[in-house]
Design a binder for this molecule. Sequence first.
Ligand code: DGL
Length: 269
Amino acid sequence: MTPIGIFDSGYGGLTILDSIRKLMPQYDYIYFGDNARAPYGTRSFDVVYEFTLEAVQKLFEMDCPLIILGCNTASAKALRNIQQNYLPGAYPDRRVLGVIRPTAEIVGNYTRSHHIGVLATEGTIKSNSYTLEIQKLFPECTITGLACPMWVPLVENCEFDKPSADYFVKERIDTLLSMDPLIDTIILGCTHYPLLINKIKQYCPENIMIISQGQYIADSLKDYLKRHPEIDSRISRGGSCKYYTSESPERFGESASIFLNQKIEVERI
Ligand code: DGL
């Protein structure tokens, strides 16, 4: 089996996996969540790089020809280094892709005011990756980023649909909109955040477009595979998905089953 590998610091990448599998159910997939070491969002560049590289190496050992870093923090802090300094020497014929560029590519199509908000982890916001990528493509846009340090713990602890989440969601949205009242489009720049979507919609004015990444990452991957038959032809097509976590498989299985609405088998690595 030569599956597509999807990596995240924890459960968040399941939102990406879900959209990708809906669009391209024919491929085999491996999901790896580094739950034991989540959250990544508050960690330094060096540590995020080290953890992400270890995950990439594991997924390559499991014969993935292509890996998606389904994690904005890893995409912001480790992707370029892996692509430029690790892959050419270690695995020149394999690929690692991220989630920031494909999101930046579509956001200009949605904003009318050209004022965009980005909600993400502290690491992603501090890296300035969204601002740089969006302004390369849409220089007329003003981008305001805000870190939401409580949102990932709410998701990792399965509190995302509980009343405890309301305060933290409302407070961040109010703060973002007070920083720039002209914002008409908000990117959820962390793969955990779509799990809070019901609360986010509840506290966001209706005229604001909220961009969850899953669908756009899936479309972008499909397009990539069309343009790269040399990678596409090496991915096995058995329609399977295996799940791995660095934490307790039982706990991951229980929580992931809630997020995915289906029972899954999980192994620990
Ligand atoms: N889900 C990840 C992201 O997209 C990171 C969450 C975290 O581990 O802090 O940024």
